[in-house]
Design a protein around this ligand. Structure first.
Ligand SMILES: Cc1ncc(COP(=O)(O)O)c(C=O)c1O
Length: 388
């Protein structure tokens, strides 16, 4: 099966057919599974027999989703979670001990930043940030107690791009793990494991679902690390629900075709915005003007669906722009069929100190667009009237 192409694997990787010979995989809404006798139950709990025991541990729908993402990412194993943040937190909690240190890129998703700054200190775990535009500076932050280097690429919301080959060589040199949040790229556009990452995390809530319906998360990578994450999660219960796994596994069947169109629309929109006199700058990985265009081209198939740009007038200009939007949605999500417009400086990052915002590439008039699947001319027309 694995010599097949991405689209085929996404569609043809399925749970075993039941006695009803269904074509579409059914939904296994069950909390537990039954055993023939005491011996089967003992052997299953002792892990001498591989089978589903309880849906906090595994479930056929969840297994199918995990198998697909592993094939897409080229990963040995994976574990699926109730949300992207459950994946991030459970991965960190598994890998880290009190007294450990993490090196992270300065621009990480707000909730991940909250873990580093609000909760890690109380467990005596320290985090040092390196500037996303200066990956070389990460090396100077590595200490004897550094467990892993963490990065998003492209970053949220700044759409900065980090060189995966450079980061993986650095981690190998210092014998630390490389953990990548690959949410913005999806496994269709970028495979960090092929560049040397040890673990890859996704919020499946975004383009994997692609229709703004369910939350989900997944961590994939080296089998021995996933085994530890599984043991932690089996006890603590952040697992993905069978229903969400069923929805998400079906969504993965169309990930390639949807992502192609998202990226086509995003590139057209970014090109349009770059030529607009009222737009100060535009950041999109596949625009030649992106500071890391060459790296984006090297490690990404296409540029993704997120475009960042700066309107005139700072915070107030950003707010006015959002108020003038007519068709696109003002919403906190991203990776939906519907185009979503956000203004980080007045919302998600309103309480963040200026220097932290600057390090994350967030400026006062910066607008983030999650480009959807509406006709691109309608998206452009909405932004055009709002800019004017
Ligand atoms: C890059 C990134 N990582 C993680 C998350 C968290 O995912 P979730 O909202 O599914 O918990 C998000 C959510 O926006 C994200 O953008």
């Amino acid at each position: 099966m694995s010599n097949k192409k991405f689209e085929t694997l996404a569609i043809r990787t399925q749970s075993e057919t039941t006695q009803f010979s269904e074509h579409s995989v059914p939904l296994y809404l069950t909390s537990g599974f039954v055993f023939d006798d005491a011996e089967e139950m003992r052997a299953s709990f002792a892990e001498e027999k591989q089978r589903d025991l309880y849906s906090r541990y595994s479930n056929p729908n969840v297994n199918e989703f995990v198998d697909k993402v592993c094939l897409m990412e080229g990963a040995e194993a994976g574990f699926a979670f109730a949300s992207g943040m459950a994946a991030v937190f459970s991965t960190f909690a598994t890998l880290l001990d009190a007294g450990d240190h993490v090196v992270s890129c300065s621009s990480v998703f707000g909730a991940t930043h909250g873990l580093f700054t609000k909760y890690f200190p109380k467990w005596n775990i320290e985090c040092s940030y390196f500037n996303v535009n200066d990956v070389e500076s990460a090396e100077g932050l590595i200490k004897p107690n550094t467990k892993f280097l963490y990065a998003e690429t492209p970053t949220n919301p700044g759409v900065d791009v980090l060189d995966l080959d450079y980061l993986s060589a650095l981690c190998k040199k210092h014998n630390i793990l490389l953990v990548i949040d690959n949410c913005f790229a999806t496994p269709y556009l970028q495979n960090p494991i092929k560049h040397g990452a040890d673990l890859v995390i996704h919020s499946a809530t975004k383009l994997m679902d692609g229709q703004g319906r369910v939350l989900g998360g997944i961590t994939v990578g080296k089998a021995e690390l996933i085994r530890e994450i599984y043991l932690f999660s089996r006890l603590t219960g952040p697992s993905m629900s069978p229903f969400n796994a069923w929805v998400l596994s079906k969504s993965l069947e169309t990930l390639a075709v949807r992502t192609e169109k998202h990226c086509e629309n995003a590139l057209k929109l970014a090109t349009y915005l770059e030529a607009h006199p009222k737009v100060k700058w535009v950041k999109y990985p596949f625009l030649k003007s992106h500071p890391k265009y060459d790296i984006a081209k090297k490690q990404m198939r296409l540029g993704g669906n997120i475009v960042a740009f700066e309107v005139e007038g700072g915070i107030e200009g950003g707010r006015q722009f959002l108020d003038a939007i007519k068709m696109c949605s003002l919403s906190a999500n991203l990776g939906d069929t519907r185009t979503i417009v956000t203004h980080p400086a007045s919302t998600t990052h309103a309480k963040v100190e200026q220097e932290v915002k600057a390090a994350a590439g967030i400026t006062d008039g910066m607008v983030r667009i999650s480009v959807g699947l509406e006709h691109v001319n309608d998206i452009i027309n909405d932004l055009e009237q709002a800019l004017n």
